[in-house]
Design a protein around this ligand. Sequence first.
Ligand code: SF4
Ligand code: SF4
Length: 298
Amino acid sequence: MIRARLHAPYRDDARYPAAIVNVTNHCNLSCRHCFVFREANPNQAPAKLADELSDDEILDTLRALRDRHGIVSMLWMGGEPLLKPDLLRRGTRLFARNTITTNGTLPLLDLGPEILYVVSLDGPEDLNDAIRGRGTFRRVLRNLERRPAAFSSSVQVQAVVTKRNQTRLEELVEAVRAAGVGWMTFSFYVPRAGDHGPDAWTDNDERVAAVAEVMRLRERHDGFVRNSRRSLELLLPGEAERVTAACPARALILPLYLEGDHFTTPFCCYGNDVDCDRCGAWVVFHLAARAEGTRAAK
Ligand code: SF4
Ligand code: SF4
């Protein structure tokens, strides 16, 4: 039984090469900028993890959606997906490619070399902990450093660049490198509609310095900061609005949020209440750059 209700523009008869699934609305952190727990998004969590959809119900639904939509890549998220280790063990066998996003505070499961963990950090220690809670930064790095030597799944860090942390990104890069993490990428803050708080740039002109800083880090930490050059160029004014006006993530990725006894599709993988004009999501610009490369190769 498919426990999912797809809302326009998502369609029962469409092909989606990728999907994002929120496997629990529970999390062991409560970050200030969490898009899962934004007010306008599906995010109600019953008191106990066990009262959400069961692992079997989730897996039956995902298997059926995979077959119906041709889903090849699954991105597992929450809440915190590592709160459901058995589900991840079984679920990652259903898809050809699997990425698990985690806050990195719980022990990572070794699910084999085909699995990629994306660990979230938001800046150097003081800025990260102001958002994610005191002690979180060290806890995550300790957890990553203590992976067993034989740990076979790949691990990268992804950090959200904001107006607040944009001048302190190199401190973060150096700390992550020192922890022995494979590589990192930067995503740029996705504001809510009307968000003019301290993390949000007024417009994409104001974001240019932050993009330029990531371009500089990419050159300086070659091979470690892995945003592609073209994906960063596309974040610049003029290009960015063109990309987000025809958002490739919305066209290619089926977002599945957990709501009561079923999954539901929000406006996009960032939820319902987003400002596309100022979106800087890594996935959007990565897909746009890749599509250009594919077109050029044809
Ligand atoms: S770790 Fe992720 S899901 Fe949990 S509160 Fe923070 S941003 Fe939200
Ligand atoms: S907020 Fe970003 S990811 Fe969502 S639809 Fe708009 S451009 Fe796409």
